[in-house]
Write a protein that binds this ligand. Structure first.
Ligand SMILES: Cc1cc2nc3c(=O)[nH]c(=O)nc-3n(C[C@H](O)[C@H](O)[C@H](O)COP(=O)(O)O)c2cc1C
Length: 169
């Protein structure tokens, strides 16, 4: 399969894992690429750089409540050559961070297979699957996966098991 992982991940001060150099979702994205050979596009914004956990929580809540669409850096690659698009991010207040929705507006995934995944601290997939379906009504959204953020560093086998189950279909 020709696949790409599009993801957002916030390094720095975070719940349950302390101050991390590499974000939890980024680690899962790396596993996916190592195991499947998928390309990657990381959604980057500098808006949250260096923020402590509590102010970040507050800001993210406001953004979600107001439906803000913060800009991201760089340009999304041409997605026409990909059949499978993994979309991953942390749960922030019940869904993906708002900056991911900014990107969703810029891409067309009609006819693609879209595989959402999340890292979280209790909410699982929360509203991500329905939000992805809403953003991409003409895509086939399936095979979703979630894993605790504090589990990812020791959780490669879980990711591998999920990917194997997809490959067997
Ligand atoms: C602003 C913010 C909001 C969060 N909201 C939730 C939430 O609603 N539910 C949940 O289970 N975890 C929540 N978390 C925890 C993250 O989803 C979890 O730590 C995730 O693994 C972070 O991934 P990252 O390191 O790739 O950014 C939140 C974390 C932050 C920073």
């Amino acid at each position: 399969m020709n696949a790409i992982v599009i993801f957002f991940s916030h390094a720095g001060d975070n719940y349950a894992v302390g101050n991390i150099e590499v974000g939890n979702t980024k680690i899962v994205a790396e596993y996916i690429s190592e195991i499947t050979g998928a390309d990657q596009f990381e959604i980057v914004t500098h808006k949250y750089d260096g923020m402590a956990y509590n102010p970040l929580i507050k800001l993210a809540k406001e953004e979600a409540q107001n439906g803000e669409l913060p800009p991201y850096e760089g340009e999304v690659p041409n997605l026409s050559k990909y059949d499978v698009i993994f979309i991953g991010g942390p749960i922030w207040w019940g869904t993906y961070p708002q900056v991911m929705f900014t990107l969703f507006k810029d891409i067309n995934l009609d006819g693609k297979t879209v595989i959402p995944f999340t890292t979280h601290e209790g909410s699982g997939l929360a509203n991500c699957v329905s939000d992805v379906k809403k953003a991409f009504p003409k895509a086939t959204v399936k095979h979703e996966f979630s894993i605790y953020g504090h589990e990812v560093r020791t959780g490669r086998a879980k990711v591998e098991k999920w990917l194997k189950s997809i490959a067997q279909e």
